[in-house]
Design a protein around this ligand. Structure first.
Ligand SMILES: [Fe+2]
Length: 276
């Protein structure tokens, strides 16, 4: 008897916009500033995410993780665009885990919570709805974290809050999860920038606490976004345990890549990228 391999797809940095009847000139300064270098084509961005989700479905994934920057500036209408794309994908909301990124908090500090109570409410139980959030499945569990914070568009930092860190520490000590592949998901990578000024602008406050947790728990993997490119990193030697996915918004529409992982013997392993 063959046993089905458990697969997880990882999408990141969708930067969805609300479709605007008047085209790109109608977006405000904040959207044009944070989207510098990216075409302001809302429909094209939505099509890219749709194609990525279709590829994940074709690959027979058991779960989809989205590691933040779902929207460009976190407006209500942008979150409605996220809901429209995901609801149209045919993937059950219970099979999707979303976390917010810095872009999702530019408009207001409570935009993510409002989205989880509004257009994304069907995704809330399996997404970063608060400290200690966990998605339990037979052989893996996902611990989604909200490290986004409200700040001016000139900054792109994140923060691992004490509440989130303490709740995660309790989860990782819980023997109920010890036989499963544990996957922490957050938007920012858990590494510091080499230049202190850049760390202040773009880094994750509390990164050292997360790295310490990863050192102490050698069976935990972390998925992140933010960098917009593929990352495979070790923690202190050994196998890769920190993984970053390419940004869907930066992919060419006809060659979108989706990152895959497989769960084996209580661990998460990279299974490469598939083309959408
Ligand atoms: Fe991003």
């Amino acid at each position: 008897m063959s046993v089905k391999t458990t697969r997880i797809a990882h999408l990141s940095d969708l930067h969805l916009l609300e479709p605007h009847p008047d085209g790109s000139r109608s977006y405000g300064f904040d959207v044009r500033f944070v989207s510098l270098g990216r075409k302001l084509d809302a429909r094209e961005r939505m099509r890219k995410v749709t194609r990525a989700l279709q590829a994940a479905r074709r690959a027979g994934v058991d779960h989809v993780v989205v590691s933040g920057d779902l929207t460009e500036t976190g407006t209500a209408r942008q979150f409605e665009a996220v809901a429209e794309v995901f609801h149209g994908s045919g993937i059950a909301p219970s099979d999707v885990t979303m976390v917010p990124g810095n872009h999702d908090a530019y408009t207001s500090p409570d935009a993510w919570q409002k989205a989880l109570e509004g257009p994304l409410r069907e995704y809330a139980p399996t997404s970063a709805h608060g400290p200690g959030a966990v998605v339990e499945r037979p052989n893996f569990c996902i611990m989604p974290l909200d490290v986004a914070c409200h700040q001016p568009v000139t900054r792109s930092s994140g923060e691992l809050s004490d509440d989130n860190a303490e709740a995660l520490e309790r989860r990782l000590r819980d023997p109920a999860f010890s036989r499963k592949a544990i996957v922490v998901v957050q938007h920012h990578p858990p590494h510091p920038h080499k230049v202190p000024a850049w760390q202040w602008i773009d880094g994750l406050r509390g990164w050292a606490r997360m790295m310490k947790l990863l050192e102490e728990h050698g069976d935990v993997q972390l998925l992140h976004g933010h960098l917009h490119y593929t990352v495979n990193r070790v923690v202190v030697g050994g196998r890769d345990r920190i993984f970053g996915a390419p940004a869907v918004v930066s992919e060419k529409e006809d060659t979108i890549r989706v990152r895959l992982y497989e769960v084996r013997d209580g661990l998460l392993e990279s299974a490469g990228l598939i083309a959408a």
